[in-house]
Design a protein around this ligand. Structure first.
Ligand SMILES: [Zn+2]
Length: 234
């Protein structure tokens, strides 16, 4: 993380996921301390580029072309999985590729950067076409001798070799700094009470303990503190 992050981290959270072919990937949210925050286009350009590395950086160029390219979609490949119908019949890429060329980094109306992307000096590159999603299955004939419950009720969970190894080695699947806990907020007597299907509603309602929440217990605790200091529910 220290190699990736460009400044002091104030708070961060990540989760590791395994999808499709099973390779691990992480979703990160990183909040930098104010002095390191990227505040505008000139800051973004210092750290991020949306351009294909030049031939002078062959190793980086190979990595970007192999892993960071979208498509081909649009007119070149109208059946690409990213192509969706919009406004009636027009079929467009749901990620808005190909992106327009841009001579300067700007910020869009939601505050997200739109990175510079020069139209000049680029050599056309071949993008490798990705494979399709697949599933293995078999077809079995209708059996006359009644229901075979094992076949009818098989349910499975697919753990890829990468995920199995990750879990066996005990690698973290998430991390959060600082810890954050979501606190419930509700109007008096409007909290959610959970019950199991075998329980009787009138019994559950009469059990006072079942209607406690973090908020009710916070209010109860604060009421016991004479004057002065009060805890805060943030
Ligand atoms: Zn696309």
């Amino acid at each position: 993380m220290e190699d990736i992050v460009f400044g002091k981290v104030a708070a961060m959270v990540y989760v590791v996921e395994f999808q499709k072919r099973g390779l691990p990937h992480a979703h990160f949210l990183i909040i930098l301390e104010d002095a390191y925050n990227l505040k505008g286009p000139s800051d973004y350009d210092k750290f991020v580029t949306a351009e294909i590395p030049s031939l002078e950086c062959p190793q980086l160029r190979k990595i970007v072309l192999g892993h960071m390219m979208h498509g081909p979609c649009g007119i070149l490949n109208p059946k690409c999985t990213c192509m969706i119908k919009e406004h009636g019949s027009e079929v467009i890429c749901k990620y808005s590729y190909p992106k327009p060329y841009l001579e300067e980094t700007t910020t869009n109306e939601d505050g997200f950067p739109i990175l510079l992307h020069h139209s000049s000096g680029q050599i056309p590159v071949q993008v490798c076409v990705q494979g399709h999603d697949r599933v293995s299955f078999n077809v079995v004939g209708q059996q006359n001798q009644g229901v075979y419950e094992i076949n009818d009720f098989q349910s499975g969970r697919w753990v890829s070799p990468c995920e199995a190894a990750w879990r066996i080695f005990g690698f973290d699947l998430f991390e959060m700094t600082p810890s954050v806990q979501l606190l419930p907020v509700h109007l008096p007597n409007m909290q959610t009470i959970y019950m199991r299907s075998h329980e009787q509603l009138n019994v559950v309602v009469q059990d006072e303990k079942r209607s406690t929440t973090a908020l009710t217990e916070f209010l109860r605790l604060n009421a016991t503190i004479p004057g002065g200091t009060r805890y805060r529910y943030t």
